[in-house]
Design a protein around this ligand. Structure first.
Ligand SMILES: *Cc1c(COP(=O)(O)O)cnc(C)c1O
Length: 370
C-alpha cells in the first residue's frame, strides 16, 4: 500500500531535533511571540529574500491580514476588485470576500493550472485594484510578466504561497519575494509543515509588515494601546521552534519531491493520462502535489485503490458549485469545471521509498480505461 502522504514519517525524519525544540520552548517559559518566533521571522525572511516576515496563526489569516493591512494603509477599500484564478483552493477566495473585497474570477491556464497574463489582462476593469496569484500545486505563476502588468496598471500583486515554499524562478527569486506581499501556510501537510496551524506574511514593504504585525496582535504595538481593530493571529513558540527545524531541510526535501516528479514525468507513459507540464530540472515547481488528469477519473481511482495506491483530488468541487458561494453558481467556467472533473493527485513526499515510486509508476502504466 502506498500512502498518499505519511505525515508521521515526515516528522519522525527530524524526531530528535523537534523533540529538542519542543523541550526548549517548555523550559523557556515564554510561549507566544518569543525568541523562536523572532528568530523564525528573521530566518524565513532571509530564506525568501524579503526584508520582512511576520508570523501569523495560519495561511488564511496571512492572506486576510495582507488585504486588510493594505486597506488600513489606504491602498485598498471596500468593494475593490481582486483578480484570482477560479480553480484555486477555497481559502484564497475566502480571504478576498472576508476582507470586504470583490473577487473577479478568471479561468486558469489549462497546462499550469495557474493565472495566465492574458486572462488577467482581459479581466482588468476600472475597479480592479489587486491580483492574487496562487502558485497552485507548488508551481510558480509567471510573476515577472504579471508584476510588469500590475505596475503598468497600478495594481497590487499578492502571492498565495501556501503550496510553494522554496519554489524559485529563472532569476533565482523565490516564492514570497515576487510580489508586494505573500502569504504562507505551514499547515502540517504543506511542504514546510508545523505540528499544528501556522502561517506567515513575507514582504519588503515595511509599512505593510508593521501593519500586519500590529493587526495580528489586537491592533496593538504597545501593550494595551490599540491603534486599529485587530484580531488575534499570532505564531506561537512551539510552531516557530518546529518551523526553524523544518526550514533547515526544506530545500533538501523539495529536491526529493522534484526527483520523484522527474521519474513520474519520464517514466509514466500512458496515453490516457495527462501529466503536469513542468520543465524537468526547473526549480519553479516544488510539487506540493503531483496532479495528473484523465477523462475517466472514477475508473482510474477504482483501479489505483484496488492496487493499493492512495490518491486525492485537489479539489473535487469548484468554488462556484459550493454552498458558500451560491451567488456565483451561474458563472460559466468551463476550463475550471473540466479541471475539477479530471484531476487526480498521486503520492509524492520527501519520505517516499524508491520502491513505492516504482509501484506508482507501474500501476499507472498498467491502467487501461474499460
Ligand atoms: C492551505 C492553503 C491555504 C490556507 O492555509 P491554512 O493554513 O490552512 O489557513 C490558502 N491557500 C492555499 C492555496 C492553500 O493550499
Amino acid at each position: 500500500m502506498v500512502k498518499f502522504l505519511d505525515l508521521l514519517k515526515i516528522n519522525l525524519a527530524h524526531e530528535a531535533e523537534i523533540q529538542e525544540a519542543l523541550n526548549q520552548v517548555l523550559l523557556n517559559g515564554w510561549y507566544i511571540r518569543g525568541k523562536f518566533h523572532d528568530e523564525f521571522e528573521q530566518k524565513f525572511a532571509e530564506y525568501c529574500g524579503t526584508s520582512r516576515c511576520v508570523g501569523v496563526a495560519n495561511g488564511l489569516d496571512a492572506l486576510i491580514l495582507i488585504f486588510k493591512g493594505f486597506k488600513e494603509l489606504g491602498l485598498l477599500k471596500d468593494g475593490d476588485e481582486v483578480i484570482v484564478q477560479a480553480n484555486t483552493y477555497i481559502a484564497s477566495i475566502i480571504s478576498i470576500t472576508a476582507s470586504g473585497l470583490v473577487p473577479v474570477f478568471v479561468e486558469p491556464d489549462e497546462e499550469t493550472y495557474n493565472l495566465s497574463v492574458e486572462n488577467v489582462k482581459k479581466a482588468i476593469t476600472s475597479k480592479t485594484k489587486a491580483i492574487l496569484a496562487v502558485h497552485l500545486y507548488g508551481q510558480l505563476t509567471p510573476m515577472k510578466e504579471l508584476k510588469e502588468l500590475a505596475e503598468e496598471k497600478g495594481l497590487l500583486l499578492v502571492e498565495d504561497c501556501a503550496q510553494s515554499h522554496g519554489a524559485m524562478d529563472e532569476r533565482g527569486l523565490k516564492a514570497g519575494n515576487l510580489s508586494d506581499a505573500a502569504a504562507f501556510s505551514f499547515y502540517p501537510g504543506k511542504n514546510m509543515g508545523a505540528l499544528g496551524d501556522a502561517g506567515a506574511v513575507t514582504t519588503s514593504n515595511e509599512s505593510l509588515a508593521d501593519m500586519v504585525k500590529t493587526m495580528g496582535n489586537y491592533g496593538s504595538q504597545k501593550k494595551y494601546f490599540n491603534e486599529v481593530q485587530g484580531v488575534n493571529s499570532r505564531l506561537d513558540e512551539i510552531q516557530a521552534a518546529v518551523l526553524l527545524v523544518k526550514l533547515k531541510y526544506i530545500d533538501q526535501e523539495n529536491a526529493v519531491r522534484r526527483r520523484i516528479a522527474k521519474r513520474y514525468l519520464t517514466e509514466i507513459k500512458n496515453p490516457h493520462l495527462i501529466l503536469p507540464t513542468s520543465q524537468p530540472d526547473s526549480l519553479d515547481h516544488v510539487f506540493h502535489v503531483f496532479v495528473i488528469r484523465t477523462k475517466n477519473r472514477k475508473e482510474l481511482i477504482e483501479f489505483t485503490d484496488a492496487q493499493g495506491i492512495q490518491t486525492l483530488i485537489h479539489y473535487p468541487i469548484p468554488f462556484h458549485k459550493q454552498g458558500a458561494y451560491q451567488e456565483y453558481s451561474s458563472l460559466q467556467l468551463p476550463i475550471t469545471e473540466r479541471i475539477h472533473e479530471e484531476i487526480l493527485s498521486i503520492p509524492i513526499s520527501p519520505v517516499m521509498e524508491e520502491a513505492e515510486v516504482d509501484e506508482v509508476i507501474s500501476v499507472l502504466n498498467e491502467y487501461q480505461p474499460g
